[in-house]
Design a protein around this ligand. Structure first.
Ligand SMILES: [Ca+2]
Ligand SMILES: [Ca+2]
Ligand SMILES: [Ca+2]
Length: 795
């Protein structure tokens, strides 16, 4: 339902000029903080109000110090300086009684600096809670170099049952019984700034900017996705990925424990037809008790192919059940629904030829030849413990096997692939009659690494004349991609696939780039999908691919005049996605539908290269579910701080899905479109399901409006004519300063007319307004026109 009346206008030409002037003015709007963090409990944590709310720790009678303001601040203009310290606990304190609760978890941060040249080169500081009596708990710490601001960080849970009636927080140095014996070491002056204590609510929402506007890699930045396998269907590439986000358990700074892959039992799917705007199709529940294949416990490293079986196209999604085997589920489309047609793993230790007792039976790679015959490559590992050169360079741990016509069974025996230094990630594809087996090389089993083979942790490949090879060491052709660490700092494993779209070959790989951007450098094994062009030499060998953030060019513009799922994103910051019940308006009733959620003030999403055409767009519609009052969606062009060209007030009833529309004047041509979200700080504002734009050319009630003033006797009249040039009947409302008239059901080609008696002999020039309302394509549409009339004197 349309809650806001859409307004079109024939004043579009003038409006274009206005929009242009706004762009030229380049008003620098600012985006607010993206953090969804709870409010800071500390009052005057930045000491910008001097010493307000701070005092010296007085927990023991011997404690004592002097607090004074200093302009040597970490943030803002002021900080606090602590001098004349009597004990190690003598530092700035704030009363938190009534503000913190037992059983809750809090995150603490504070900046601290000491400068005494006679003090040690580094010094540890603590943030400490004093709950009362003798109960002191260190809740955050840092070891900082002399003369530099350090960051005290920590999370702490106040024990259930702990009295917090006298809870206080203070900053101190480590306790020692006789600090006065070495005052430069234990009682040095120090400065504190930017103290924050906020309730810590665990969230996997990624707050960092993970994909820079204009860049293509990583493909998505609101979640992770590893081992990407590309599958092209109907001009759209789908990428199936190991859902690393299941292992992501970030603390308050986004740093998670290390990805062990152990809990991963879903597969993440994204798709695009332009290689820059990626639709999040959510996660396929593959393994585990709520998965499609309940017999499996994990779903890593997927691979996808489709085939017509018994007259029906089916979609076969292969997955690794950790290292022990591989399975397959069957879909009705690239995004499901999904079925278990086999009831057991496809590749196990009892698959003929599959196991040598040492190798892993994972990383399935599927390929269907031109004759319809399917093949599966799989396997990896293969450490026999000998640390030998032979075992390191030729573990013979991967295999290729024919698939049955049903694609969920195997035929015959698996054949060994003897790929130099092979470790995992086998992938089979064909180009110009040649077959390519690509794989990830090993990091070493302890034997010397053969310099004639690939380097460690790289994507290498073999070429042969048949899918079954034979894949001997002689078919080794070199590497496609060095280890991601070569390009992105963070290395680790890799996994690749090759696909063709619009005649160009592309290469998928993964890298820990989003992980690195979240933490400021460190990685914990969370991988993100990347794309690169793949080019070949005349002899069919592959030109080495270089990793980068730029990625690939967007191959077509985005058509805005249709439903666009809001989970279609080029770049974003601060949002997450969530699957909701019901199908997708864009991809069909059987396809999953997601919404953009966790929208806070300052969060934003965007669409790259939206082509509004020469006629332009007259409106933008968002399907939204308001969760707080007062939220707004701002629409901007070509940058998230560019001028706002439309604002959609999200003012519908809370909790209900509603379509809201705002007028958009004069947006023509190709633009990146940014949706910036505005509302109260700290509030979960709303969710967005989809966007659509209304084209000027195809929508609106098409009226030709004219007005004139004339004399009848000594009276002045204003006559208004509105011709319905549209293809459906319209209700036309004529409004003048001298009265209004509504004419219902004005047929196409007919007109509404009224001459209004002004009851005056003389009138000034003025304007009439004509509103046309019609039902177009099942939607009620209203268009408004102005027409001017001249002054008249009939007296
Ligand atoms: Ca400050
Ligand atoms: Ca958010
Ligand atoms: Ca949606």
């Amino acid at each position: 339902m349309l809650k806001r009346v859409r307004k079109t206008t024939r004043r579009r030409v003038a409006a274009i000029a206005v929009a242009g002037a706004m762009l030229a003015a380049a008003v620098a709007a600012t985006t607010g903080p993206v953090q969804a963090a709870a409010p800071n409990i500390i009052v005057n944590g930045g000491f910008e109000d001097g010493l307000t709310s701070w005092f010296v720790n007085n927990g023991n009678a011997t404690d004592g110090a002097t607090l004074s303001p200093t302009t040597d601040a970490y943030g803002g203009s002021n900080a606090v300086l602590v001098t004349n310290r009597k004990t190690t606990g003598s530092g700035p304190m704030q009363d938190l009684s009534g503000k913190v609760q037992a059983g809750k978890t809090y995150a603490i941060t504070a900046r601290v600096k000491y400068e005494n040249p006679n003090s040690p080169a580094t010094k540890q500081f603590f943030a400490t809670m004093h709950y009362g009596g003798g109960t002191y708990t260190n809740v955050g710490t840092v070891t900082v170099a002399r003369g530099q601001w350090g960051l005290i960080q920590g999370t702490f849970t106040i024990p259930a049952g702990q009295s917090v009636s006298t809870a206080r927080l203070f900053i101190e140095t480590p306790w020692t019984s006789d600090p006065a014996s070495a005052p430069d070491t234990h009682l040095m002056d120090f400065k504190v700034d930017d103290v924050s204590v906020a309730e810590f609510v665990p969230s996997t929402t990624i707050e960092a900017l993970g994909k820079n506007p204009g860049e293509g890699n990583p493909l998505i930045s609101h979640k992770f996705g590893a081992d990407g396998n590309a599958f092209v269907h109907d001009g759209r590439v789908y990428i199936y990925m190991t859902n690393d986000t299941q292992e992501y358990k970030p603390g308050p700074t986004g740093v998670s424990s290390t990805n062990t892959y152990a809990s991963i039992n879903t597969i993440t799917v994204i798709s695009s037809d332009d290689l820059m705007n990626w639709v999040d199709h959510g996660e396929i529940p593959v393994a585990g008790s709520s998965g499609v294949a309940r017999y499996a416990s994990n779903s890593w490293a997927p691979a996808m192919e489709s085939k017509i079986v018994d007259g029906k196209e089916k979609f076969f999604l292969y997955f690794a059940n950790n290292g022990g085997g591989s399975g397959v589920i069957v879909g009705d489309s690239p995004v499901g629904p999904w079925h278990d047609e086999r009831g057991s793993l496809l590749i196990t230790g009892s698959t003929p030829g599959a196991s040598n007792g040492k190798n892993w039976l994972f990383d399935p790679g599927v390929f269907i030849d031109d004759d319809g015959q399917g093949y599966l490559v799989f396997g990896g590992g293969g450490d026999d413990g000998t640390r030998s050169a032979e075992n390191t360079n030729h573990p013979k741990s991967t295999r290729v096997i024919k698939l049955g016509d049903d694609m969920i069974s195997t035929e015959g025996s698996a054949e060994v692939i003897d790929a130099p230094l092979v470790f995992e990630a086998g992938h089979l594809f064909k180009r110009d009659g040649k077959y390519y087996y690509s794989y990830s090389s090993n990091f070493g089993f302890g034997g010397p690494i053969d310099p004639n083979g690939p380097p460690t942790g790289a994507i290498a490949y073999l070429m042969a004349d048949s899918p079954m090879g034979p894949w001997t060491p002689e078919t080794y052709k070199g590497i496609i991609f060095k280890n991601p660490g070569t390009y992105f700092g963070a290395g680790g494993n890799n996994h690749q696939s090759v696909f063709q779209l619009d005649g160009q070959y592309y290469f998928t790989y993964h890298a820990q780039t989003l992980n690195s951007r979240i933490t400021g450098g460190a990685t914990q094994g969370f991988r993100s999908p990347h794309l690169a062009k793949l080019d070949f030499n005349a002899d069919g060998t592959i030109k080495e691919v270089k990793g980068d953030y730029k990625g690939v060019e967007q191959i077509r513009n985005l058509d805005p005049y249709r439903v666009i799922e809001a989970e279609t994103i080029a770049w974003q910051q601060g949002i997450a996605t969530e699957k909701i019940d019901g199908g997708s308006e864009e991809f069909g009733a059987q396809a999953p539908n997601l919404v953009v959620h966790d929208i806070d003030n300052g969060d934003w999403t965007s669409l790259a290269k939206v082509d509004f055409g020469t006629e332009g767009a007259t409106g933008v519609t968002a399907k939204v579910r308001p969760l707080a009052t007062g939220g707004k969606i701002q629409v901007r062009l070509d940058g998230r701080t560019s001028p706002v060209v439309a604002t959609i007030p999200v003012d519908a009833p809370l909790g209900e899905w509603t379509k809201l529309t705002a007028q958009l004047d004069g947006v023509t041509g190709v633009h990146d479109v940014y949706f910036t979200y505005v509302g109260a700080d700290g509030a979960d504002l709303f969710e967005v399901d989809s966007w659509s734009f209304e084209a000027a050319s195809s929508q609106g009630v098409d009226l030709a409006v004219s007005a004139s003033s004339r004399c009848i006797g000594a009276s002045t009249y204003v006559a208004v004519t509105a011709v319905n040039n549209g293809e459906v009947p319209a209700t036309v409302e004529l409004t003048t300063p001298y009265g209004s008239k509504t004419v219902a059901d004005v047929a196409p080609g007919k007109q509404a007319y009224q001459s209004f008696n002004t009851r005056a002999g003389q009138i000034d020039a003025g304007t009439v307004t004509v509103k046309g309302t019609a039902t177009i394509d099942g939607k009620q549409v209203t268009s408004t026109y102005d027409a001017a009339y001249a002054a008249a004197n009939c007296g």
